[in-house]
Design a protein around this ligand. Structure first.
Ligand code: GLN
Length: 536
C-alpha cells in the first residue's frame, strides 16, 4: 500500500465502553490479514502524560521501550498486536498545548494570534499523521479518549473533521463506539442515546462510517435497521459489540461481525488474505479449558481498582493459558496486613506477588507479606517496589539491620538499602524524571533468572526512582540473597533471588509491560509453574 489509511475511533454515550479493545481488536484483525498497523491514543486531559496521575484516577501508567509514560490502552495495543509502541502512540491535550506554546515562545508564529483553530488543531493533525509518515504502516488507528460532546475533546474531533477532508476520499474513516442500553423492565434495547451521540458527531461535522454498538444483548435486525436509518450508516456497518467473557474474545467477535471487511471495503483496500488467527485461537482454547487452578495473592495498595495493575493481571492471564491453568487473583490490601493477621490474610495462597507502588502508605504490610512467604517458602514474585520491599525485609530480618529502609519511606534511616542515585538527587521535577523505559540487564548463569530467560542479556522496562544500594550487596549475597541480574553499564541491581527457597524472585523492572498473548512473559510463566508445584 502506498500510503497509510487512517481509522478514527470515537466514543459516545459513556466512557469505559472499551474503545481501546475495539481499536486493538480491529488492529489485530488487519494485522492477521498481513497488513502493518499502528494504534495510537489521543487523551483530552491537560497533564503532559499520565505519569503524574494517581492510579485511582486513571489506572495503570503503561511504559514503553523509549520511556514514555502512557495510557493503559497502549498495553492492550501491544498485547494484541505483539508490537512495541512508543511516545508517538500517546498524545494528550497537555502535550499539544505544550508544543504550541513552546513554538509561540520561539517566535514561530510571529505576528499571529495563536488560536485553537488553526494552531492547536494543526498541531493535533500533525501528531495524528506522524505514524503514517514513515510509510511503514498500512493502517493507523487513532483512538480518541473521552466521549463526543465533552468540551475537552472538541479540538480532537475538529481535527478529525479536518483530516477527513485533507486526506481525501477513501483514505480515512470514523468508527463510533456507542452504548445500547437494555431496559430490563421494558425488555428492550434502546437506541435513543446512540442517536443523540451520532447527532453530536454530526454537529461537529463528522458522519461516522461504522457504528460499533456495545450491548449486553444481541442486536435484533430491527434495531440494526433503526440505527442504520437514524444514523445514516449502511445496515452492514452497524456492528454488534456484545459484552464478552474475556477481552481476548473481542477480535473473534469483531471478525464474526465482519468489522475488518467493512473497514477494508470502505477504504477501498483489497482484502489480501483471510485473517490467520491460529495462534490466537490456540491461546483462547487454553485460556478457556484450564486443567488446573491456582490462587495468587496480589499484595498492593491500589487493590480497590484492579485497573491500577492492568498489565500484571493480563500477564497472569497469558501465563495461566500457557500453563493451562486458571489463575485466580486474591486482592490483598497491604494496609490491612499486620504481623498479627498475616497468616490469615495469606492463607490458602499458592503464590504471592508484591506489587509496584509509590509512597509510604501500606509499605509495612508489604514487607510483612514478604517475611511470611520467605519464611514459609511460598513462591514469591516482587515487582519494582515489591523487589525493594524484599530487600528491605531481608536486611531487617536476616542481616538484622533493624532500621533498614528505602529512603523513599524513611529519608533518615541508618541503613538506606534502597536509595536515590546521585543523578536522581538533583532532580526536583516529578514529571518524566524517573528511570524510565528499556534498559539492558545481564543475567548470571546458574541462577533462577537464567533458567527463566535462557539467555544472559535481556532488555526490560523500568519506572522507578530508587535503586538497590550496592554498598550492601556483599553482605546481602553472603546471607543468601543474590543479585542474579545487573545493569552492565551502571551495575544497578535488576533481579534478586534467594537460593534456598523454592521460588523467590524479584525484579526492579516491570516484566508485566512486555507480556503479550503470543509471547507470555517467561517470569510470569515460571512463577505460575512454581505456584502449581507449591500447590502439589
Ligand atoms: N517507589 C519506588 C521507586 O520510585 C518503586 C516504583 C515502582 O514500584 N514502580 O523507586
Amino acid at each position: 500500500m502506498a500510503s497509510s489509511k487512517f481509522i478514527f475511533v470515537t466514543g459516545g454515550v459513556t466512557s469505559s465502553l472499551g474503545k481501546g479493545i475495539i481499536a486493538a481488536s480491529l488492529g489485530k484483525l488487519l494485522h492477521a490479514r498481513g497488513f502493518t498497523v499502528a494504534i495510537q491514543k489521543f487523551d483530552p486531559y491537560i497533564n503532559i502524560d499520565p505519569g503524574t496521575l494517581n492510579p485511582y484516577e486513571h489506572g495503570e501508567c503503561y511504559v514503553t521501550d523509549d520511556g514514555a509514560e502512557t495510557d493503559l490502552d497502549l498495553g492492550h495495543y501491544e498485547r494484541f498486536l505483539n508490537t512495541p509502541t512508543s511516545q508517538a502512540n500517546n498524545v494528550t491535550t497537555g502535550r499539544i498545548y505544550y508544543n504550541v506554546i513552546t513554538k509561540e515562545r520561539k517566535g514561530e508564529y510571529l505576528g499571529k494570534t495563536v488560536q485553537v483553530i488553526p494552531h492547536i488543531t494543526d498541531e493535533i493533525k500533525k501528531s495524528m499523521l506522524l505514524l503514517g509518515e514513515s510509510g511503514k504502516n498500512d493502517f493507523v488507528i487513532t483512538e480518541i479518549g473521552g466521549c463526543v460532546g465533552d468540551i475537552e475533546s472538541l479540538p480532537f474531533i475538529e481535527a478529525v473533521r479536518q483530516l477527513k477532508y485533507d486526506l481525501g476520499p477513501n483514505n480515512s474513516m470514523v468508527i463510533h463506539l456507542t452504548l445500547l442500553p437494555y431496559l430490563a423492565a421494558a425488555k428492550e434495547i434502546k437506541t435513543k442515546p446512540t442517536q443523540h451521540s451520532v447527532k453530536q458527531l454530526l454537529e461537529a461535522g463528522i458522519q461516522p462510517d461504522i457504528l460499533a454498538c456495545r450491548s449486553e444483548k444481541h442486536l435484533p435486525m430491527e434495531i440494526r435497521k433503526k440505527l442504520a436509518l437514524f444514523c445514516n450508516v449502511q445496515l452492514n456497518s452497524v456492528i454488534e459489540a456484545i459484552d464478552a467473557e474475556t477481552i481476548y474474545d473481542v477480535p473473534l467477535l469483531m471478525r464474526k461481525e465482519k468489522l475488518d471487511e467493512r473497514v477494508l471495503t470502505k477504504l477501498k483496500v483489497p482484502h489480501k488474505q483471510e485473517p490467520t488467527l491460529d495462534l490466537w485461537k490456540k491461546f483462547l482454547g487454553k485460556l478457556k479449558n484450564p486443567t488446573k487452578e491456582i490462587t495468587i495473592g496480589l499484595v498492593g495498595k491500589y487493590v480497590e481498582l484492579p485497573d491500577a495493575y492492568k498489565s500484571i493481571v493480563e500477564s497472569f492471564i497469558h501465563a495461566g493459558a500457557e500453563n493451562e491453568c486458571k489463575v485466580n487473583i486474591k486482592w490483598i490490601s497491604s494496609e490491612d496486613i499486620t504481623a498479627g493477621n498475616i497468616k490469615l490474610k495469606l492463607s490458602d495462597l499458592d503464590g504471592v506477588l508484591v506489587a509496584p507502588g509509590f509512597g509510604e502508605r501500606g509499605i509495612e504490610g508489604k514487607i510483612e507479606a514478604v517475611r511470611h512467604v520467605r519464611e514459609n517458602k511460598i513462591p514469591f514474585f516482587g515487582i519494582c517496589l515489591g523487589m525493594q520491599c524484599a530487600v528491605v525485609e531481608f536486611a531487617r530480618n536476616v542481616l538484622h539491620l533493624k532500621d533498614a529502609a528505602s529512603t523513599e519511606m524513611n529519608p533518615d534511616t541508618k541503613h538506606p538499602i534502597i536509595d536515590l542515585m546521585e543523578d536522581q538527587k538533583k532532580i526536583t521535577d516529578k514529571g518524566g524524571t524517573m528511570r524510565l523505559g528499556a534498559y539492558t540487564c545481564k543475567i548470571s548463569k546458574g541462577t533462577k533468572a537464567f533458567q527463566v530467560y535462557g539467555k544472559q542479556q535481556i532488555e526490560e522496562r523500568h519506572r522507578h526512582r530508587y535503586e538497590f544500594n550496592n554498598n550492601y550487596l556483599e553482605r546481602i549475597e553472603k546471607a543468601g540473597m543474590i543479585a542474579s541480574g545487573v545493569n552492565p553499564t551502571s551495575n544497578l541491581v535488576e533481579i534478586i533471588e534467594i537460593k534456598d527457597h523454592p521460588w523467590f524472585v524479584a525484579t526492579q523492572y516491570h516484566p508485566e509491560l512486555k507480556s503479550t498473548v503470543i509471547n507470555p512473559h517467561p517470569l510470569f510463566v515460571k512463577f505460575v509453574k512454581a505456584a502449581l508445584e507449591n500447590k502439589k
